[in-house]
Design a protein. Structure first.
Length: 140
């Protein structure tokens, strides 16, 4: 059995998507590690002190929000300078990496006039942006 990759072809868009996804995921991991260290070592002030976190983790969401005054939706961005909310930046970055990857391959599809793949990218972007917007909520 021949395991040679000589017959394997990696397209330009696959390579570009993979490169950007690799960069995005590695930088997201770095953001997560840096913000976690900043929180644990107290380099950033915490809205909820680290030693009090176990007391509020087990609370129902509504009670947690009431006791901590934590924001909902995208309002966490207003507290990005606080250690316990800074970590959300890495999560948001990782969640959005695929959006950037789609954006960077779209010009390739447009140049090729590959309208089906371009349309798929656009639809995927719109669906992800709509989901992230918070407009699709149930029971609120």
């Amino acid at each position: 059995m021949n395991n040679s990759n000589s017959d394997t072809h990696i397209s330009v868009e696959q390579q570009r998507y993979a490169t950007w996804l690799s960069w995005g995921s590695r930088s997201g991991l770095a953001i997560l590690v840096a913000t976690f260290l900043a929180y644990v070592f107290g380099w950033l002030p915490a809205r909820i002190p680290l030693d009090q976190m176990p007391n509020v983790w087990s609370l129902p969401t509504s009670e947690y929000l009431h006791q901590t005054g934590a924001p909902t939706g995208w309002h966490w961005l207003t507290l990005i300078g606080q250690g316990d909310f800074a970590g959300l930046l890495g999560i948001a970055w990782l969640s959005g990496c695929s959006l950037l990857c789609l954006v960077v391959v779209m010009p390739i599809y447009a140049r090729r006039r590959d309208w089906i793949f371009l349309a798929i990218c656009i639809i995927a972007l719109l669906v992800q942006l709509l989901a992230a917007s918070g407009m699709l909520t149930v029971g609120h």
